[in-house]
Design a protein around this ligand. Structure first.
Ligand SMILES: Cc1ncc(COP(=O)(O)O)c(C=O)c1O
Length: 464
């Protein structure tokens, strides 16, 4: 390897997101080179089916020339226009209007960010501002779900409830609280839908009561928890939590950064349960990863209250240079056209049902404790013992083996640290491509199980 090879330069200079820095220095980078449809090819020419759509974002699939053309056209005509000074640009205005039309209910006001973390951060800042300008400054506390992920901004990382995002970062901060994840597979009340929902509603009520209702600002949740291991709550859970939040007079924020744009079937997961949150965050599928963009949709109640009660004259001090970037907006408009007129949303719905069915066939594998899915978003939880749900010892490093064998077998998925496989194939997948993912997954599970380290881990877990 030459000193200036990509691998060497990467080792010396690129600090990778959510990586173990020393571990990455040892392992080195895997350079991706090109992609088309649901397939991605690395710099060694190894072609893989991308069962994770990049990072749950390339919903329309790779290689759409019409998106490239939309970006190029916008770059030529007007590569940048600020949203400050009351300036604007056509694609951003059209995109805001389109999102207002697509999002449920009165979520008609769109603030643009660059991704999910800053959409969540914007929600947190504006919620604080909302209560301050409407004379309720004591309403500051935020409740979210254990296993929840809401990005890694300084404040948002504390709304996230994953240990790696707290340890060493002095989080959670004051005023950040959690209730149990609905997590049917490991819910102490059992996996009965009604019991899981009732327990979670009771937990939210109890937490609000403990903190004092007049001090609680908002409840944040993902309609299906993604980075916490793809926890699929029972149908009806989202609606019940939304109604409880309204009753308790706290804002309900749905984080649809993963679940938005057809990932679970409908355009937004909230739609499936007729839920209208007070605020909704989105990113990822909004541009399908072709350009960075996120958004915060704000309902009429919060928007109007801020507009009418903010100190007259001065600005509301929240914004970024790239809020509403016209190139990202042009990309998003074309991506939204592909979902609707291009038939990708409908394809995702059809293939999502097939995916759920085919993935369920893996439940008979000795390592599989549970397969759970909603549309094209799925988790496979691996255990050493299906009855006790005991996990393999951490030293087995099951996720590392899974990822490496999967990669060798030509399938990309997320291998979460707690032995859960995450899947989010592009919505453009065909049935044959879903079959390929499932076949390669089974082969990967078989090979991993045959590894001496894993066999030893299974023996230790079973003896425990
Ligand atoms: C639900 C959710 N919220 C927020 C984020 C943060 O988004 P980003 O990584 O674009 O900052 C993510 C990222 O995976 C997410 O899954």
């Amino acid at each position: 390897m030459s000193v200036n090879s990509l691998e060497a330069l990467d080792r010396r200079h690129w600090v990778h997101p959510v990586s173990n820095w020393a571990g990455h220095e040892k392992r080195g980078v895997t350079v991706m080179k090109s992609a088309k449809g649901a397939f991605i090819t690395d710099a060694d020419g190894h072609e893989l089916i991308d069962g994770f759509a990049g990072l749950w974002c390339v919903n329309v699939g790779y290689g759409h020339d019409s998106i490239v053309e939309a970006a190029a056209r916008q770059m030529r005509e007007l590569p940048y226009a600020t949203g400050y000074f009351s300036f604007g640009s056509e694609p951003t205005i059209r995109l805001a209007a389109k999102l207002a039309e697509l999002t449920p209910g009165d979520l008609d006001h769109i603030y643009f960010s660059l991704g999910g973390s800053d959409a969540v951060d914007s929600a947190l800042r504006l919620i604080r501002f909302y209560y301050n300008v409407t004379g309720r400054p004591q309403k500051k506390q935020i409740i979210s779900l254990e296993r929840g992920y809401h990005g890694s901004s300084s404040t948002g990382a504390g709304v996230t409830a994953l240990p790696a995002f707290h340890a060493g970062f002095d989080l959670p901060a004051e005023g950040q609280h959690y209730i149990a994840s609905p997590y049917p597979y490991r819910n102490p009340t059992g996996s009965d839908d009604a019991a899981v929902i009732a327990a979670n509603v009771a937990a939210l009520r109890a937490k609000v009561e403990e903190l004092g209702a007049n001090t609680v600002a908002a409840f944040f949740c993902e309609p299906v928890q993604g980075s916490g291991g793809v926890v699929v709550p029972p149908r009806g859970w989202l609606k019940a939590m939304r109604e409880t939040a309204a009753e308790l007079d706290i804002l309900f924020v749905a984080d649809e950064v993963i679940t938005g744009f057809g990932r679970t079937g409908p355009m937004f997961a909230c739609e499936a349960e007729g839920v209208v949150p007070d605020m909704m965050t989105m990113a990822k599928g909004l541009t399908s990863g072709y350009a960075p963009l996120g958004a915060l949709a704000i309902g009429e109640k919060v928007y109007r209250a801020i507009a009418d009660n903010a100190p007259a004259g001065g600005p509301i001090g929240h914004g970024y240079t790239y809020s509403g970037h016209p190139v990202s907006a042009a990309v998003a408009l074309e991506v939204l056209r592909l979902y609707e007129e291009g038939g990708i949303l409908a394809n995702g719905q059809r293939v999502g049902a097939y995916f759920e069915e085919r993935l369920a066939t893996l439940a008979d594998h000795p390592l599989v404790g549970e397969v759970r899915a909603r549309g094209l978003l799925a988790g496979i939880e691996l255990v050493a013992d299906k009855v006790t749900k005991q996990k393999l010892p951490r030293e087995t490093k099951l996720p590392d083996h899974l990822f490496a064998r999967g990669y060798a077998n030509g399938v990309i998925f997320r291998a979460f640290a707690d032995d859960i496989i995450g899947l989010a194939p592009p919505l453009c997948c065909s049935e044959a491509e879903i079959d390929l993912i499932v076949t390669r997954l089974r082969k990967t599970l078989d090979e991993v199980m045959a590894l001496p380290e894993v066999a030893a881990g299974l023996a230790v877990a079973k003896a425990a």
